[in-house]
Write a protein that binds this ligand. Structure first.
Ligand code: TXA
Ligand code: MG
Length: 318
């Protein structure tokens, strides 16, 4: 699948529109839906290709981790581990404009692209009635960044989404303007304390009142930065990029029509390559310590994000 033009359906906020949005999401299509903060660009978080297409549609140059949207606190418990502190915040503020970054449970079936290879996951239970209904009807976790092209302003109306992404996604569910208008507040946890990763629609004062303590502030960019965290995935074996030929003892992570140990996309499809990237890196890591050579990958479309991620994997380790 490539980023060729598709016809974007504008769905109305009625039973049929909600059912269609849910069906499209379940089957791997991209659907923008309203939340109380901003419009999200949703994809089935268990579908590697659908998640890869989010990055393609937005023109994102990096695989930043995405927020997974769920209809209920119970559904969130199936995906992540909550300690007492996390439970307290979830009980107080979900559904609502709060995202919690928590340890990811094993075997959830989520695409590794959603967490960008981290072993934590960002979760949110939105309050918007349409979001609630779509998520419940879809019956799958939905990964959703804001539904704007990368570097542009977040959309708070269906028209904004159409302006930015029409022709690149299957549908937009029109729920009118978003009430909050800024993205959710993101809270992570470190050393048994809540940490503010991104200020947003839920006031910090409300969080502090609930916790009874001030929040530590930590820019999320620092956490997401390359190689800063042991949990940020890079294979143990050395990685060599832009390998035109294979050296002795190397394993090849291929792209395009080459003989390779694992191939990101034999046909040279960048969306397919993105969908396979973390799976193949994990598999190569589990398969031994021999150095990994990577075929050249064109630096356009999702190739930019793939190359960005591979450069981080290849960077010297501390
Ligand atoms: O209001 C919102 O939060 C909107 C609506 C659609 O829900 N969504 C949104 O998603 O703003 P997005 O992709 O623009 O923001 C995701 C951000 C990442 O850039 C990162 O800062 C943080 O969430 N994040 C996600 N997963 C993380 C993780 N495992 N560790 C640290 N930060 C994480
Ligand atoms: Mg955004």
């Amino acid at each position: 699948m490539t980023s060729g033009m598709i016809e974007t359906q504008l769905l109305t906020a009625d039973k049929a529109g909600i059912a269609q949005a849910a069906k499209l999401l379940r089957t791997g299509a991209l659907v923008s839906f309203p939340t109380e903060t901003v419009y999200g660009l949703g994809a089935n978080a268990r579908n590697d290709t659908a998640v890869a297409r989010i990055f393609d549609a937005k023109g994102r140059p990096h695989f930043n981790p995405l927020i997974v949207h769920l209809p209920s606190v119970a559904a969130a418990h199936d995906i992540a581990l909550f300690d007492d502190l996390a439970d307290r915040l979830a009980t107080a503020f979900w559904p609502g404009p709060l995202t919690l970054v928590l340890p990811l449970k094993p075997n959830t079936g989520l695409s590794p692209l959603v967490s960008a290879g981290f072993d934590t996951i960002a979760l949110r239970v939105p309050e918007h009635a349409l979001a609630q209904q779509v998520l419940a009807a879809a019956g799958v976790p939905v990964a959703a960044p804001s539904a704007n092209p990368s570097g542009r302003i977040s959309p708070t109306k269906a028209g904004h989404v159409m302006d930015g992404l029409s022709g690149r996604i299957e549908a937009v569910l029109d729920g009118g303007p978003c009430g909050v208008g800024v993205e959710s507040t993101i809270v992570g946890f470190a050393n048994g304390q809540a940490v503010l990763l991104r200020p947003g629609g839920l006031p910090v004062e409300a969080l502090e009142a609930c916790l009874g303590t001030p929040l530590t502030v930590h820019a999320s960019e620092d956490i997401v930065a390359p190689g800063q965290l042991a949990s940020h995935y890079a294979p143990d074996a050395p990685v060599r990029l832009n390998a035109e030929t294979l050296r002795d003892g190397e394993r090849l992570l291929g792209f395009g029509p080459v003989q390779a140990d694992l191939n990101l996309s034999p046909s040279g499809d960048l969306v397919e390559a993105a969908a396979n990237l973390f799976h193949h890196l994990h598999a190569l890591d589990a398969g031994g310590d021999a150095p990994i050579a990577v075929s050249p990958i064109p630096n356009h479309g999702l190739g930019r994000a793939i190359n960005d991620r591979l450069r981080r994997a290849a960077a010297p380790r501390g």
